[in-house]
Design a protein around this ligand. Structure first.
Ligand SMILES: C[S@@+](CC[C@H](N)C(=O)[O-])C[C@H]1O[C@@H](n2cnc3c(N)ncnc32)[C@H](O)[C@@H]1O
Length: 245
C-alpha cells in the first residue's frame, strides 16, 4: 500500500485512510467485510430490552449497521480511524474515536460486543479481548471473527487473497494472527465461554463473484457470496459466547 509515494508497513492503520472510498463499495477491496458483517450480524439476536447497547470494536465504516437494522440496538462503534468513523456515523453508528485496548466506556455497559476482523490487527489482541469482556454486562454476548495463527491462514489470507480483489495488499500482518485455542482460553479467563467455528465464503458464490470481478460486472443485489460454516478453523473463524454472571 502506497501513501504519497511511500510504502506503508503491513497493518499500518493509515491504509484505511487511503482506502476510505472503498468501504461501502459492495464490489470494492473491502467486499469480503460486507459478507462477514452479514454473517456476524446473524449471530446477534434481537435486543431483549429497550435501550440495549451494541459496542462494535474496530467498527471501521460501520458495515455491520445495515445488518443490525430492526434488531433494536443502539450501535456504538469504536475505531482508531477517523475517516472510517465519519462514514460509520453517516450510517447511524455513534462513533467513538479510540483504541480497542483502552475503550472510554464503562464496565458492563454493553448487551453485545462485536469485534469483526479486528483482533488480527491489534498488536496486543489480549488487551482488546479483556476490554471486550469488561464492557459486557453479565449475560451479554461477544461475537467476533478473525484469522487463525496457522501456516494455512498465512498462505490463504495473505499470499493468495492479497493477489485477489477480495483483500487489500498489505492490510494484514500475519504475525498478529490469533490462535483459536488461545483466544478461547483468554475469553474464559475474562468470564466469556467462547464457542468457535471455522467459516469461509461459499465456493459457488465466490467463483461467480470472482468471475464478475474479472469481467467488470457488478454484483446484483442479494447475490454477494455467503459466509458458511466449515469443518476447519485453520484460516478464518467466528466466535460467540456469553459472559457469565
Ligand atoms: C479489517 S477492518 C474491520 C472493520 C469492521 N469491523 C468491519 O468488519 O467492517 C479493521 C478495523 O479495525 C480498526 N483498528 C485496528 N486496530 C485498532 C485498534 N487498536 N483499536 C480500534 N480500532 C482498530 C481499523 O481502523 C479498521 O477500521
Amino acid at each position: 500500500m502506497r501513501d504519497a509515494g511511500r510504502v506503508l508497513p503491513r497493518n499500518d492503520p493509515r491504509q484505511y485512510d487511503d482506502l476510505a472510498d472503498e468501504w461501502w463499495r459492495p464490489d470494492g477491496v473491502f467486499a469480503m467485510l460486507h459478507w462477514l458483517a452479514r454473517a456476524r450480524a446473524a449471530l446477534v439476536p434481537p435486543a431483549t430490552r429497550p435501550g440495549a447497547l451494541l459496542v462494535d470494536l474496530g467498527c471501521g465504516a460501520g458495515l455491520l449497521a445495515t445488518h443490525l437494522a430492526g434488531k433494536g440496538y443502539r450501535h456504538v462503534g469504536v475505531d482508531l480511524t477517523r475517516s472510517a468513523l465519519a462514514q460509520a456515523a453517516a450510517h447511524g453508528v455513534t462513533a467513538v474515536n479510540g483504541d480497542a485496548t483502552a475503550v472510554p466506556l464503562v464496565d458492563g455497559c454493553a448487551d453485545v460486543v462485536a469485534a469483526g476482523e479486528l483482533l488480527e490487527h491489534v498488536p496486543d489482541w489480549r488487551a482488546a479481548v479483556a476490554e471486550a469482556c469488561r464492557l459486557l454486562r453479565p449475560g451479554g454476548l461477544l461475537v467476533l471473527d478473525t484469522l487463525n495463527d496457522t501456516a494455512l491462514a498465512r498462505l490463504v489470507a495473505v499470499r493468495v487473497a492479497e493477489r485477489l480483489p477480495t483483500v487489500p495488499r498489505g492490510i494484514h500482518d500475519p504475525r498478529l494472527f490469533v490462535d483459536d485455542r488461545e483466544l478461547v482460553a483468554e475469553c474464559a479467563r475474562h468470564g466469556v465461554d467462547l464457542r468457535v467455528r471455522g467459516v469461509r465464503p461459499a465456493v459457488p458464490g465466490l467463483l461467480r463473484w470472482l468471475f464478475r470481478q474479472a469481467t467488470g460486472a457488478a454484483t446484483p443485489a442479494g447475490q454477494a457470496p455467503r459466509i458458511v460454516p466449515t469443518g476447519s478453523r485453520a484460516v478464518l473463524y467466528q466466535g460467540h459466547g456469553v459472559r457469565g454472571g
